[in-house]
Design a protein around this ligand. Sequence first.
Ligand code: FAD
Length: 629
Amino acid sequence: MADECDVLIIGAGPAGLMLGCWLARTGVKTRIIDRRASKITRGHADGVQCRTIEIFQSFGMADRIEKEGNELAEVVFYNPDQDGNLVPTSRIPDTEPNTSRFRHRVLNQGRIEDFLIDCMKTGGLTVERSISPLSLELSDSTTENHPVTVKVQHLIPVEEASDPSSGLYRSNILSDEEFNRSASKGGKIESIKAKYVVGCDGARSWTRNQLGFSLEGDSANIYWGVMDARPITDLPDVRVKVVLHSADSGSLLIVPREQNLVRFYIQMGTLQPGEKLDASAQSPEKIIESARKILAPYTLECPEVQWWSVYEIGQRLCKDVSFRNRVFLAGDAFHTHSPKGGQGMNVSMMDSYNLGWKLAACAKGIASPSILDTYGGERVEVARELIEFDHKVSRLFSGKPAVAESEGVSMEEFQALWIRMGKWTSGTAVKYDPSLVMTESTAAKTELAKNIIVGSHFESHMVVCYADAHAVQFADRLVADGRWRLIVFAGDLGRPNQLQRFNDFCSRLTNAHDSPIKKYTPPDADLNSVIEVLTLTSSPRKALSYSAFPELARPFVGRFRYPTYDQIFSDELSYLDGGGEAYSGYGVDPNGPGCVVIVRPDQHVADVLGFEGCVEKSGRFFDGFMMHV
Ligand code: FAD
């Protein structure tokens, strides 16, 4: 008898684990399998973007990255001067001011995966290791509840794929055959039937191959080495990020890591078209030797190398990411690029952050499967931008700099690109286009909230919780639990007129037959269980007593009808932690008519509406995809 689940995730890297977090949190019956016997502990990705930390915060675990990750404060560019000597030419902040409430950090991928695994566990989901898929079939039946069947084999590990200090087995210079050789031998075979299957199985994705999809793109015929070490060097800037072009010996990127480790990316050589790099000829000594040449006259000793690898630069994209809205690809399974931009792990997790709430809603029958079309529409575009960025940066990074009158890459052009892309590389610039779950941006919406951009994520400002006077980051209330939010900028409730408007609006949202809350909240469920209303007043707490707010703003929940205390906030100065600038930060007039912002479960702003007509308009928006349970 085949085991049944709602979602089967193949691959427990960052993309698979992030998806697992969503599904575990939302109570979706899920299995997550990985062919490796153990997770990685060293090396691989290490850059964690601001937006990724915001997402971790939505699962309540940003503090773990903040505590263990090293904050990157500065980037220094080293270039050859007129005589070819390496000199620092400029310094910029690594995270642009006001990008996010979090800052760019670095921490090894293994720890990031640990946090995700712990988060999944709180929802009862664990990774099943040493399991490899053998076949995938999708039934043509439209009535079958679990139409995808994946036959899997439990593996008996023969030995670990390689020495943990070598990342060659994950590098793109090894073929599939070489990669598979030592992995394991087969054991028990099992069939799993699922409503949905997601291939998060990395750059060599088995799932992608089953679907007959392919990665398209090119390779630059340039190879780089990467290593983690505690270096001994007279380069004075080894504890900040260094972007270095030497006159003749290639380029290098230095990223200071946690526990005084340093990640080096080192340009090593070029290949002839069609030439394959000999993996067996690579070694940490060779990488260090290349680094020394580039850094000279600065010295470099690395008595211990914790992890190293060699990879060939290339950018590839698979334009198809779903098959009949039943089988999906996420992460490196549909986009690969060079690691230096520090993007892959972040973008991979964001793919599944985008997919997770949609799959959960469909698996539970809350939303129409047509919302799944928006996954590819939204994420392929981001992957395309990532690849374009990586293509440009990689080529400028690997190019010989123009020194004195010589031809080459302009260092000014390279730095300008780096700076221009700062917001994008922080992950905060992603903006989704209009779709079933995203409305169009208009001048009228911008007029209501000048700094809230339809399509972008809802940014954070400090506000004060009405009930307990705590200062809180507003976006911290956008917890990843699958609920939509209506954020009501209520305005100045000290003015009787505005209070009346607000009360009328809440009353319609609670009672009108066309209100999305009325329509899509099951009759016996809590008022905030599908769509949660968060209210932000511009008036101070003393202007109106907490108990004077309508029930919609402070619903009573659970079997015992407990009161809620965390849905109403005011924009005022807190006792100890600042605040009082949220209305101006969001660009909403504190003395104006107010407005309502519809925020998706993944924190992206889907619409901005005035009070008048909001119930009907938001009702029509939700009617486009919500289903009655
Ligand atoms: P993967 O991490 O590749 O995970 C895929 C998982 O699927 C693995 O656990 C694998 O065992 C499993 N799997 C594969 N095939 C099967 C199968 N047939 N059956 C079952 N399981 C399977 N990104 C950043 O964001 N920031 C960085 O600073 C950064 N630096 C990097 C440095 C290096 C040296 C490298 C190599 C990469 C770096 N990246 C970085 C990229 C990042 O590591 C990847 O983009 C990211 O790991 C992709 O996540 P994923 O979950 O899609 O795939």
